[in-house]
Design a protein around this ligand. Structure first.
Ligand SMILES: Cc1cc2nc3c(=O)[nH]c(=O)nc-3n(C[C@H](O)[C@H](O)[C@H](O)COP(=O)(O)OP(=O)(O)OC[C@H]3O[C@@H](n4cnc5c(N)ncnc54)[C@H](O)[C@@H]3O)c2cc1C
Length: 457
């Protein structure tokens, strides 16, 4: 058995792990990424690969190089929502162009950049357990590297091991506020294929969505006009969905996908929930999927993983400088997350909760009847743009029969705004957390009451 010692040990070489390592190594900390996969498979991660562009990423590595090497489609300007029960597609224009990546190449570049900036990467290293002192402080991890048992001691362990991280099963978080209220039902099971087609698709400037029967959605994200990522997901509190056959049937039914050939396939779980209430414990920080940093309506988690990893490491650098890795010393990271994307994700999770209390046909009819941009604004919380009277009248006519649900939706929206404002008041120290959490839970109780949904947390 071998033992090694670092300032920072990062478990997982995905987006969170690579951005954390780049930040810590640049600050001169002895940093290692432990990745269970071999080097040739690192970066091969289940993903739809759609992002907003380089603005998605904190500027801690060479983003121009990343873009040149891995952004295969930089001309995504709109989202298309296909309505399976009518031909009335909803189109939403983006404010700025988005991109679709080659996820494998992207994964290789971010690891190459982390290494260039000074981090070590140990591939073929499967972390199996967490080391803790008697008072609960995390002091390292153990695992198998190329089959041999290894111990890594660290001032701080970063959990970047993705959704349903094994580290959180192993660590004892009692006596801390680390969020352990995490259940399978708060996750989405997702699967994607990459297909090649003979003829370019017309919608190569769009990401395309379509609802499925199981309260999930199917999507097409074009990497190029002839290479398309197609995927599907369903919330794990719903009956199991046959994801491969659902994709096959949809591809088969489309006449704009000519002679499709599958060139890659992969699946994984995605946390479609609010961010963890706290993602820190003594000597331990969780980032990315391991802390629920995913947009709970779209499943987009690359930006949350990259940003949270950098914010965590900036707080960790200060904590290590002060020689204090207690929960209090790391706590400011929670506030960084909650007052930024955390408040938005917690707010839009209210719509997911509302959705679980309705049938998919009902939701499709409502969604189809409300003009696209207004629906997007309602869900993103954007204010200010009133719906023109003519549209209002058309909406009233088209939504006839669903007014109760629309009133519910409006009430949920009010609560979502209240929730986001409450996340702005996330406490600066652990001492204020129980009171903050209690108010947050009472807002959510009202969301359950309005929507008739079963409690999610
Ligand atoms: C089908 C699908 C489609 C998606 N589409 C999009 C999209 O279009 N846009 C978007 O922004 N997001 C999308 N996401 C979400 C996005 O992929 C994740 O949010 C993002 O990858 C999270 O990054 P991460 O670094 O936290 O975790 P991951 O990328 O999952 O990385 C975790 C790493 O940890 C390693 N690891 C795990 N356990 C151990 C262990 N015990 N020891 C050592 N190593 C370990 C894994 O091998 C992996 O390399 C999608 C997800 C899925 C499943």
């Amino acid at each position: 058995m071998s033992a090694e010692s670092y300032d920072i040990v990062i478990v997982g070489g995905g987006t969170g792990g690579a951005f954390a390592a780049a930040t810590a190594a640049q600050a001169g900390l002895a940093t290692v990424i432990l990745e269970r996969k071999p080097p040739e498979a690192a970066g091969h991660i289940a993903c739809g690969d759609a992002i907003k562009g380089t603005a998605t990423f904190p500027d801690v590595m060479d983003l121009e190089y990343l873009k040149d090497e891995s952004f295969t489609n930089q001309s995504i300007t709109r989202a298309l929502f296909e309505n399976p029960s009518s031909n009335d597609d909803i189109e939403i224009e983006f404010r700025g162009p988005g991109a679709v990546l080659d996820r494998k190449r992207y994964g290789e570049i971010i690891l190459e950049e982390a290494e260039r900036l000074g981090a070590a990467i140990h591939y073929n290293t499967v972390v199996q357990d967490v080391l803790q002192t008697a008072d609960g402080t995390v002091t390292g991890v153990t695992g198998k590297r190329n089959g041999s048992t290894v111990t890594y001691e660290a001032e701080l362990v970063v959990d970047a091991a993705g959704a349903l991280s094994l580290l959180q099963d192993k660590a004892d978080f009692s006596g801390t506020f680390f969020d352990t209220n995490v259940r399978y039902s708060q996750f989405c099971s997702a699967y994607r294929e990459v297909i090649e087609v003979d003829e370019p698709v017309e919608w190569h400037d769009a990401i395309v969505f379509k609802p499925t029967e199981e309260l999930g959605y199917l999507w097409y994200f074009p990497r190029t006009p002839t290479r398309i990522n197609v995927g599907v997901g369903f919330q794990m509190d719903q009956p199991e969905m046959q994801m491969i056959s659902t994709i096959e049937a949809d591809i088969e039914a489309r006449d704009d996908l000519v002679n499709p050939t599958v060139i890659d396939k992969l699946g994984a779980a995605v946390p479609t929930r609010r961010p963890y209430d706290s993602a820190v414990a003594p000597g331990y920080m969780a980032v990315g999927d391991a802390a629920g940093h995913v947009n709970p309506t779209t499943g987009g988690g690359i930006p949350g993983a990259a940003k949270s990893a950098v914010w965590a490491m900036r707080r960790a650098i200060d904590a290590l400088d002060a020689g204090d890795v207690s929960e209090s010393a790391l706590w400011a990271y929670n506030r960084d997350v909650m007052t930024d994307f955390g408040k938005h994700f917690a707010a839009i999770d209210c719509y997911n909760i509302w959705g679980t209390a309705h049938e998919v046909e009902e939701l499709t009819e409502i969604v189809s009847a409300v003009p696209g941009q207004h629906l997007a604004d309602a869900m993103s919380g954007a204010d200010g743009k009133a719906m023109p009277l003519s549209l209002k009248l058309r909406t009233i006519k088209d939504t006839y029969g669903h007014w109760d649900q629309l009133i519910q939706l409006a009430n949920v929206r009010t609560k979502a705004h209240e929730l986001a404002a409450h996340y702005e008041r996330y406490p600066a120290t652990p001492g204020g957390f129980p009171a903050w959490q209690s108010v947050r839970d009472s807002i959510l109780d009202e969301v359950y009451e309005i929507s008739g949904a079963d409690p999610k947390y």
